[in-house]
Design a protein around this ligand. Structure first.
Ligand code: AHR
Length: 512
């Protein structure tokens, strides 16, 4: 009897502590919009990202257009990816566009020195990339070569893409099968110019930017949105110098790169699939650093550009773990767990909540590389938990931003604390409100009370992504372990909304 009472007491205690509460106030739209370009993707010539991911051998038994695999294209179309950044990354500053045009069998070969030392046959070049973007119905975002290229090379690439004149280079595009200008708009002037893109100081880079930008011309109907190579994580001086030295109006955006490293140690990043709660917690702590980075870089930009004419473009983000065992370490192939989904959802909530300054972002890197949306194994393909987050969150694209006030309970592990809950909200063109909520606590359900100022709504429906274990993944044997499911844990309670948010979950609500 004594033992039974003890068991009941322990059960009661854990039931009591396994819950906490949060409150959210959602205000009316303040005039800001969540740009769809925040939901952009990045695909580099790296590992099996392009080759094997998008562009496959003719003999592979999957549906293809030319050599572009259509299973991958169709999956990405479903989540409305708005833009695709290419050809790198570090590869961009070694890439010479003329190697990737004309008859494929005559294209020069090169060694991809950044990524695994493999032979690059240049079979996927400018025309193939733009054919892919057309299939995806997304905008191309091309990163030009500043590190090892020339002003002339970049200038001619833009002319090749966008000019409808009789110039030799524009006519070459026509002879290569595309008489119409491609009208590429998003243009990166170098990549990580502080590192693999040329080891430059910010002072040197800004001078280079001005030179390259001067000859990166606008052609009729194709105004360029030039994006300067921005800071590495918390290098605030880089942002300061760029904002001080590059005249407003010259750059459309300034980039920022930040990767979540689970351990925080670049030499031993941590496994994608095997981690403890303490390691999970540390990963989320590092993920939430994005909020601080965005705030501090934005504050610098605000001093030079109070009208927010220059976009902060987070064109590389995501979790970077150790590569999967027995894979080429230069290929950066990693699995993708429920933890990745929580990272994606949390980061997208941060971006939505900073949509006044962040107008564009690209997850690294779409297929088979780093925090991928899709993994392939020859003809097989699977959708990762991160893919499902982008699927749930697509309703925020171009939505009217709804400002949030949040009081979150703490999630504490090993004496350190993070907010358990994060939220963002928007209203779509037909007046439906979407609220995305994340509960990072691995153990506790959170009851959220949401107050919606002056908003009329009658019904609420929802979707949820969660799983039994934080380490759960989709595999080629079990590709549907993590799927979006219906969520019935949200109820109208007078004018308020009451949500029972399960531990380690992402929820999207729709109010009509
Ligand atoms: O995304 C992988 C690499 O990370 C990119 O090539 C580079 O820009 C960054 O350092």
């Amino acid at each position: 009897m004594k033992n039974l009472l003890l068991v009941l007491f322990v059960f009661y205690q854990s039931a009591v502590v396994a819950q906490s509460t949060a409150s959210v106030t959602i205000a009316n739209n303040n005039g800001q919009t969540i740009s769809r370009h925040i939901y952009g993707q990045f695909a580099e010539h790296l590992g099996r990202g392009i080759y094997g991911g998008f562009w496959v051998d003719k003999s592979l038994p999957v549906k293809k257009q030319d050599r572009i695999r259509l299973d991958v294209v169709n999956a990405l179309k479903k989540i409305n990816i708005p833009n695709l950044r290419w050809p790198g990354g570090c590869f961009a500053d070694e890439y010479h566009w003329r190697d990737g045009i004309g008859p494929r069998e005559q294209r020069p070969k090169m060694v991809n020195t950044n990524w695994g030392g493999v032979t690059e046959d240049n079979s996927f070049g400018t025309h193939e990339f733009l054919a892919l973007c057309k299939l995806l119905n997304c905008e191309p975002y091309i990163a030009g070569n500043v590190g090892s290229g020339t002003v002339e090379e970049m200038s001619k690439w833009i002319e090749y893409l966008n000019s409808d004149s009789k110039s030799t280079v524009a006519q070459l595009r026509a002879r290569n099968g595309h008489p119409e200008p491609y009208k590429v708009s998003f243009w990166g002037v170098g990549n990580e110019s502080w590192g693999c893109g040329g080891s430059m100081t910010p002072e040197f880079y800004t001078d280079q930017f001005k030179r390259y930008a001067a000859y990166a011309k606008d052609y009729p109907g194709s105004p360029l949105k030039k994006i300067a190579s921005g800071a590495n994580a918390d290098d605030y001086n880089w942002t300061e110098v760029c904002m001080k030295k590059i005249p407003l109006g010259t750059m459309w955006g300034l980039s920022l790169h930040y990767y979540t490293i689970p351990t925080g140690n670049w030499n031993k990043k941590g496994s994608a699939t095997k981690f403890t709660e303490a390691e999970y917690f540390n990963t989320m702590l590092n993920c939430l650093k994005m909020e601080e980075l965005v705030n501090k870089h934005s504050a610098i930009m605000d001093r030079y550009d109070p009208e927010k004419r220059v976009a902060l473009v987070v064109d590389e983000w995501g979790v970077w773990t150790d590569p999967e065992p027995n894979t080429n370490p230069g290929f950066l192939y990693q699995q993708n767990s429920l933890r990745d989904a929580l990272i994606a959802a949390t980061t997208l909530n941060i971006f939505n909540n900073h949509c006044d300054r962040i107008k564009m972002a690209e997850l690294a890197q779409t297929v088979n590389v780093l925090q991928a949306l899709i993994l392939t194994d020859k003809a097989k393909m699977l959708l990762t938990p991160t893919y499902h987050v982008f699927d749930m969150y697509k309703v925020h694209q171009d939505g009217k931003y709804l400002p949030i006030k949040l009081q979150s309970p703490d999630y504490t592990v090993g004496g350190k604390t993070i907010p358990a809950v994060n939220v963002s909200a928007s209203q779509d063109a037909s007046g439906r409100t979407h609220i995305s909520l994340v509960n990072l606590d691995m153990n506790k359900t959170v009851t959220v009370t949401a107050k919606l100022t002056d908003m009329k709504w009658v019904t609420v429906s929802g979707q949820i992504l969660t799983s039994e274990n934080i380490t759960d993944i989709n595999t080629f044997q079990q590709p549907s372990k993590l799927l979006i499911r219906n969520f019935a844990g949200a109820k109208k309670d007078g004018d308020n909304l009451s949500i029972t948010l399960p531990a380690k979950s992402v929820v999207m609500l729709e109010l009509k």
